[in-house]
Each structure stands twice: as C-alpha cells, then as structure tokens.
Design a protein around this ligand. Sequence first.
Ligand SMILES: Nc1ncnc2c1ncn2[C@@H]1O[C@H](COP(=O)(O)OP(=O)(O)OP(=O)(O)O)[C@@H](O)[C@H]1O
Length: 442
Amino acid sequence: MEQLNEFWNEALKIIEEESSAVSFETWFRPISPYGIQGNCLYLQVENPLAKDMLEKRYFDLLRNTIKQVAKRDYEIIILLGNELPQKLVTEKNIQKSHNDIPRNLNPKYVFSSFVVGNSNRMAHAASLAVAEAPARNYNPLFLYGNSGLGKTHLMHSIAHYILEHNNDAKVLYVTSETFTNELILSIQNNRNEAFRNKYRNIDVLLIDDIQFISKKEGTQEEFFHTFNALYESTKQIIISSDRPPKEIETLEDRLRSRFEMGLIADIQPPDYETRIAILRKKAERDNLQVPDDVMAYIAKNIASNIRELEGALTRIVAFATLTNQNISITLAENSLKDIFSENASAPLTPNLIQEIVAHHYNIRIEDLQGSKKPKNIAFPRQISMYLCRKLLDISLPKIGEGFGGRDHTTVIHAISKIEKQLENDTALQNTILQLEKEIKGQ
Ligand SMILES: Nc1ncnc2c1ncn2[C@@H]1O[C@H](COP(=O)(O)OP(=O)(O)OP(=O)(O)O)[C@@H](O)[C@H]1O
C-alpha cells in the first residue's frame, strides 16, 4: 500500500520525462490528486482550460502513466475544485503490485500494439516464444534490422509480457550506451561489485543497439563475462542491433560466436499492406479520424521507416488541428510537402547536415568527419553535431559515428558548448536559424 501523494509524485516524474518542460509546468505540476474510490482516480485541476487540455490532449499520457505506476487501469476523472463530489469517501492509499514496471519500458510498446506482417513475422514469433518461455529454446535471441523498424518495440513487449506473467521476474532492459556508461562509472567509483551484481542477478537481460559496443574493448570484455554468467545460470538474453553479428565490425570473435549461438531474426521494411495496418492501428489508438485515401497517400510515400510513417500521420493531424481544417489529401500534401518536396527530397541525415554546414563555413565535408582540430574546423564540427542532435531522431553514439567514430562524450561536450554559447550570442542564433532552414529545404 502506498500513499496517494507518493504514488502521484512517482507518476509525475515519468510525465516530466515524457513531456516538454513548459507543458509539464503548465498542465501537470498544478494537478492535485484528490482521491480514489473503487476503480476511479480523481484528479483536481485549477481551471477549465487545464481540464480541457488534460482531457483532450494529454489523456493517454496520464492514463498510461498511471497504469504503469499503479499496475492497474484506473478510470481517471479530472475535476475542478467546485465539481468535486462532496461525499466522496476517498481512499488515500493505492494498491500496487510489488513488481513495478521499470521506468525505462514504454507502456505503449506491447505485443498487442505491434502489427505483424511478412517483414517482421519471424521476429515477432521468436519474441513471443521467448516471452512465453524465457531461457528455454532461443538463447540468446538476436533481433536485427534498420532503424525505426520495431526492434525496441519488440524488446519492450517481451519485457512487459514476462513481467505481466511472472510478478517476481527480474527483468532489465538497457541500451548498450547505458551499459557502457554504467560500467565506466562503476570503474571510476570503485563500484565494480555493485555493477556486476546488478547485471548478473537478473532473470532476463535485454540489451538494445549492441552495435555500439563494437569499438569499445573494455565494454566487450565486461559484456562477455555478463553474458556467460547469465547464460550459464539459464537466464534469458535478448540483443538487438542494426545489423547481424557477422557484420558488426571489430566485434570480438568470442562475442560474435556467443551472439550466433541462439536464434537470429531480422526485421525488414514493411510492405504496403503492413504500413496501412500500422497507420490504422495508430489512428485507432489515438482516436483519430483519418480518411483511407490519406492513409494510402502516407503509406505510398514512406516505405522504409515506421517511425517516419507514424511521424507523418502525427504531422497531418497536427496541421489539421492547428489550421482548423478537415483531413484531406490536399491537406496531407501541404503538411508533408517539405518532407517530400524536391528541395528536401534528400532525407534528413547527418551527411546532409554536414554538407550544408561545410558549405556555409567554406570547408570540406571530409574535414568535419576527420580528426583535425583547428578552430575553423572544430567549431563548424560542433555546430554540425548540435544540429544532428536537434534535428534528427538519433542517439549520441550514432551521431559520433557520423563524425569519424567519435565517442559520445565528445558529442555531449560539443552540444553543450553550442547550447551555452547560444544563450547570449545573437549572431550564432541567426546562423543556426539559417542553417536549419537550409537543412529543411525551406
Ligand atoms: N510492427 C509494428 N507495429 C506497430 N508499430 C510499430 C511496428 N514496428 C515499429 N513500430 C513503431 O515504430 C516506431 C519505431 O520503432 P522502434 O523504436 O521499435 O524501432 P527500432 O528498430 O528500435 O529503431 P532504432 O534502431 O532507431 O532504435 C515506434 O513508435 C514503434 O512503436
């Protein structure tokens, strides 16, 4: 049993991570949890606008977060102070199951929201088989495929499924970036023992984007031992990567052969029918009315990345809401024109950003990607890294890769340097604005 306030604070922490600072402070921070009666959770807000926004725009976030923290589906009722039921016998305690869903699992990434088609049938079946009987037949399970095709979605689904069916299972999902950072910290702070305990005393380890440990010998060494310890005690390991083990350069052979010991399943770009099914599912989940011809228009134009497919739908709906128009093909064409237009037909990639920055500073793109450090090159390089982070949905190590395999700490340093300078350097603010426009083809 837990106090309602503590429970609410826990939910707020998750919402804070999921929403922008301004919407968090405006809509969520002022909410007071009022009480619980039966299956209803009452939340009190200060004004009608907040109530409207929370009900119309943020309801899914609220409901999913509360479900994640409470491990049950409460009916959420948002009320103004004067609407609160006088005689509500509120419970100030909330029943929680003892195995919380880890914070880093996205509540939306479950098997029931994953659309199965020819391109991912095998990966889906293998994931479900592992979730139903961990460490039985397929160990490790190695999932690979290009960015945005559903690897993380499947991994989270496995973790959710195992936790739902076995309350005591110890399931740990991390990216290889987190694994590496924690390893470095543990060495710095002399806490290697704690690190090993954390990674070896579990039943299921899911490690996402393993390709990033390829250039890190120390991390590979530690992961090799973690892998062996878990495998020998019949614990399940699930790994994802953007390529198969044999194509991960500089991966030690002993690790590669470990990865190849179990089942390897790939995910390919979805066919047209699957793309339509994914769009339908998203529209249904988010309660959006989108005509069939608009779905077809998106599915025909975006074929290789599901994140982009979903992004296009979101953009169209946002455009329609903001301009108060019905969703139609013309509106879809307008709202996506800068994505599909000639100018921007080159998709946003680190390369495109480097090209535009290099042109702006009159240097060669190879200089940005190389290791020279003179100021006339180092500064544009930092700007390019900053823009990659701001405009592309890719991780710090992936950005580092595009700049001659630089470490993610270098990328963090570059980004924070530019951010700091932007605070009071208006010339730089203008340059960045101009570069962004060029990159987006505006
Ligand atoms: N088959 C599917 N059905 C429904 N949604 C999907 C499917 N595949 C992917 N998605 C959605 O597409 C988005 C991108 O998927 P995800 O993050 O799992 O990709 P990824 O392969 O892990 O990419 P990256 O390598 O860039 O991390 C997510 O919002 C996910 O829910």
